[in-house]
Design a protein around this ligand. Structure first.
Ligand SMILES: [Zn+2]
Length: 252
């Protein structure tokens, strides 16, 4: 009898605590509204970082379920890739473009981690993460990282790791020299610009491993190609790659 009363007391107390905490959140949000980092709309209860509209309006590729998908095909003849996938499609008006812009230029690291986790859950459920030994973010040039204060790909990698349990290993790939903007160069020029850009300082760490390379967006594929080739030059490895988005021409 005493136990039942005590149990009821605990349950009522817990309910009250939860209830009070919800009221507290709602009360606080009157004065400190929680805004979507993608579109600045007010977040409602149950939403975090991004609103439902932002999440639903991103065009998905479903590449994780398609072997020989068009993103994988884009790397054929350029570098050896086991699997390749991108969460969404990147074009001028796409929601993911705005989100990646906020991630890179407005300190929106939470966007990277949240979308990384969301995509990581999808990838893990589909079997895409099977036999992956480590998640390796594409490095920024140190000068750019100092200027920005962070590498956006690190946060996507952390989110992927949160969902999959696979460890993130930074500094596996290093940048050798600085590049200018990739967008206005021809394909050969871009390749020339990045082909010797990356190196693996400690090949022992990657030997015999399956490495998942992560970037925010794949536009031409030149950066990924150079990273993948640097890993293969380091030794006997398998390499897969993912990004939050791939340029529309790589997804058609
Ligand atoms: Zn939004």
């Amino acid at each position: 009898m005493v136990c039942v009363i005590y149990y009821n007391f605990i349950m009522v107390s817990r309910c009250n605590v939860l209830h009070i905490s919800d009221i507290g959140d709602d009360f606080l949000s009157l004065f400190l509204p929680r805004l979507c980092l993608g579109c600045r709309a007010h977040l409602v209860r149950g939403e975090r970082v991004l609103c439902t509209d932002c999440l639903l309006s991103m065009a998905r590729t479903d590449f994780h379920r398609k072997r020989d998908n068009t993103l994988e095909q884009a790397f054929w003849g350029r570098c050896l890739v086991e699997r390749a996938a991108a969460f969404s499609v990147y074009n001028r008006g796409s929601r993911i473009r705005k989100l990646i812009h906020a991630l890179k230029y407005n300190g929106g690291t939470e966007i990277g981690r949240m979308l990384g986790e969301l995509y990581g859950n999808i990838l893990a459920e589909s079997g895409f993460m099977t036999d992956i030994d480590m998640i390796v973010p594409v490095p920024l040039h140190p000068a750019r990282q100092r200027q920005r204060g962070y590498n956006q790909s690190d946060y996507i990698a952390f989110g992927l790791s949160d969902a999959s349990g696979v460890a993130v290993k930074k500094n596996i790939i290093r940048r050798a020299i600085k590049t200018g903007s990739q967008t206005k160069r021809g394909r050969y020029e871009r390749w020339e610009n990045v082909k010797s850009l990356f190196f693996v300082p400690d090949p022992e760490v990657v030997m015999g491993r399956h490495i998942l390379v992560v970037d925010d967006v794949i536009t031409t594929g030149s950066t990924m190609e150079a990273c993948v080739n640097a890993l293969h030059e380091a030794g006997e490895v398998k390499v897969s790659l993912v990004a939050l988005a791939a340029a529309q021409k790589l997804t058609l």
